[in-house]
Structure formats: structure tokens, C-alpha cells
Write a protein of this length. Sequence first.
Length: 173
Amino acid sequence: MILLNLYLAFFKIGLFGFGGGYVMIPLIQQEIIRNGWLSLETFLDIIAISQMTPGPIAINSGTFIGYQAAGFAGALVATIGVVTPSFILVIALSKLIKKMRQLGYLESLLLFLKPVVVGLIIAAAYNIGQTAIIDYTSIIISAAVFLILWKYKTRVHPIFLIIAAGVAGMIFY
């Protein structure tokens, strides 16, 4: 039963997670809390690991969460669940997408979805921030990373900031 629940939960995440991994974080959080698969702190750790490992966040987090919930079989089922909607949609709609591009409908749809994606990313940041920012030290580390990203944009690689924040966390905690 847990394998079916994992598949259905991650199928739903894959189906409704427009805009990439950051948009899927609130959906993933809702499912793991609703099903009681992980604590919120463990979920945040998994999201951090998913961001540092190669590949999409949704697939990586699905694999980690599935493994935590039901071992190797859970990891496999959750991973398959999150990619199934995309697989089905790409195959079923490939010809329709070609026609829509020529008619301009796809561009209109994407323009409509952009504000929704931004809102979901802001919601994910807020939800993670509530748990991850626990004291003044974590506020300072978070603010420093934000300011460096804002000021230097593409000149500072995110990996450097992840490592620097990790080292700061190890020093202060």
C-alpha cells in the first residue's frame, strides 16, 4: 500500500509541478506531511541534498523520500511516479505542441503560467525559510548568500555559495 501511495503522490507532483523543482517543493512538502513519511526537518535536509546532487530536484527528492519511506522499492516507485506524467504528456502531445507553436497558443499559455510559477517559488522559499532560519546566525548566513547572489548574479557559482554556507554552518553550529 505504501508503494502505491508513493507512486500516486509523486505522480501528482509530476503532473502539477509546472516550472521545475523549486515549484514542486510545496507540493512535495504537502504530500510528505500528509502521508507522514518524513519530518519537516528531514524533508529540508533532503531538499538541500537534492539541490547539491546532479539532476532535477523533483526526481532527486522523490528518490530520497521514497527510499526513506520504503527502501529501494520506494525510491524506484517514487522516481517512476514523478517522471510518468512528463513521459505521457510528451508522447501524447508532441504533434499538438508543434501545431500550437505555429498558432501562438503555446506562448500565450506560458505567459499566463509565469506569474503562477513565481508565486509557487516564493511560497517554497517562505515555507523553507520558516524552518531553516532558526536564529540570528542562520539569518546572517541566509542574508549573506542572498546579497552575494543579488550583487554578483552570474559571476559567483552557486556551488561556491553552498559550500561556503555549509562551512559557515559547521563553524557556528
